[in-house]
Design a protein around this ligand. Structure first.
Ligand SMILES: Nc1ncnc2c1ncn2[C@@H]1O[C@H](COP(=O)(O)OP(=O)(O)OP(=O)(O)O)[C@@H](O)[C@H]1O
Ligand SMILES: [Mg+2]
Length: 350
């Protein structure tokens, strides 16, 4: 990624929370408050691919929906290029939606089954009155090609059910990039695809970043995908962001126990002794004594009852541009320089 672009913050979330109230039912009585996101602080830098990684139900899609303003946060504020977009309405919201697009987890969510691919992809151009309608077909063909559907003429007059899952996902990407957004939220675009289709989608997303200069938030439950594609990674656990940093550092030197557990649980190939360990993620949860403590307290192997159950952890700097939300996280101190005699090749062994 271009280093000068990298430092300019394009989107910022400050203390963003989102709660849902579920209805009561005959089994469990009254309604319940679900904390989908809790006090998220996050910034996306221009031209980067930021990976938001976490297990199912951790709040990833909610975060994406708030960014593209399909929903409003209950607390906190979101800014794009310095402008507060938290409660935008009317014309300004429509303009915002032109700049910020989302590829949905399930492509059927964004593709009308009764509409041809050409019409689906052209629809945002019509809604936002972009370009001359006579040129729309040409633009659609171009963007389908960018999204890896080649030759695009073979696809334009098909309906979504006449495509494979991977091809549908490419159409969803084409539709999301046809307006040339400055920010694209891609919500698990490869979760239903095999490895080779996934690799092609990664390449397309990289192309979107490189050709359009777009910033991408890539939502995934897979550390391996995030490592492959992303410049930076944020790890989310039950609505709380728990670690953030450059992708290589977070993967190679994770500092939050949840990030470590996610990485341990990623299947590895090549060395037979390296089998995945699911210990932390499968361990029975201990009861929480207070809601004020660390969000990971109930599953954490390191937790100290008095400290972690009772007080919310601080963000700790654990590496260059890497932070972790843990009372115990700390930067690894590099080993001391070798003694002078070791430098000369003398080991001191008898
Ligand atoms: N409209 C809603 N009403 C009530 N609860 C909701 C609603 N939408 C999401 N939730 C809850 O909010 C939490 C976060 O959901 P979200 O869809 O953001 O998770 P996710 O990380 O995207 O999960 P997945 O990986 O399975 O897609 C979950 O507990 C979910 O049940
Ligand atoms: Mg989701």
């Amino acid at each position: 990624m271009n280093e000068s672009r990298e430092n300019k913050t394009i989107l910022q979330m400050e203390g963003v929370s989102r709660f849902y109230r579920t209805r009561g039912n005959v089994f469990r009585g009254g309604g319940r408050l679900v904390v989908a996101l809790s006090k998220i602080n996050l910034s996306l830098r221009q031209g980067e691919i930021f990976g938001l990684v976490g297990e199912s139900g951790s709040g990833k899609t909610t975060c994406g929906r708030l960014i593209v303003r399909l929903e409003e946060p209950d607390e906190g504020r979101i800014t794009l290029g310095g402008e507060d977009i938290t409660h935008l309405k009317g014309k300004r919201l429509r303009e915002y939606r032109r700049q910020v697009q989302m590829v949905f987890q399930d492509p059927y969510q964004s593709l009308n089954p009764q509409v041809t691919i050409a019409d689906s992809v052209a629809e945002p151009l019509i809604t936002h009155k972009v370009g001359d309608p006579l040129d729309h077909l040409e633009r659609v063909l171009r963007v389908l090609k960018t999204a890896g559907l080649s030759p695009p003429e073979d696809y334009v007059y098909r309906f979504p059910h006449q495509l494979s899952g991977g091809q549908r996902q490419r159409v969803a990407i084409a539709r999301a990039i046809v307006l040339e957004p400055s920010l694209l939220v891609a919500d698990e675009p490869t979760s239903m695809l095999d490895a080779s289709y996934s690799a092609q989608i990664f390449e397309i997303l990289q192309g979107v970043r490189d050709k359009l200069g777009a910033t991408i938030m890539f939502i995934t439950h897979s550390m391996a995908s995030a490592r492959y594609l992303c410049d930076r990674i944020g790890v989310i656990y039950r609505g709380h962001l728990v670690e953030q940093g450059p992708a290589e550092q977070v993967i190679n030197a994770p500092k939050h126990p949840y990030t470590k557990a996610l990485i341990d649980a990623t299947p590895k190939f090549g060395r037979s002794e390296l089998v995945p360990t699911y210990g932390t993620l499968l361990a029975a949860e201990r009861p929480a004594t207070s809601s004020a403590g660390c969000p990971f307290f109930r599953r954490c192997a390191l937790a100290e009852r008095l400290l972690c159950a009772g007080s919310y952890p601080p963000w700790r700097q654990v590496g260059p541009r890497q932070v972790a939300l843990c009372h115990f996280a700390q930067e690894e101190v590099p080993p001391p320089p070798p003694a002078e005699n070791a430098a000369r090749g003398e080991t001191g062994a008898p």
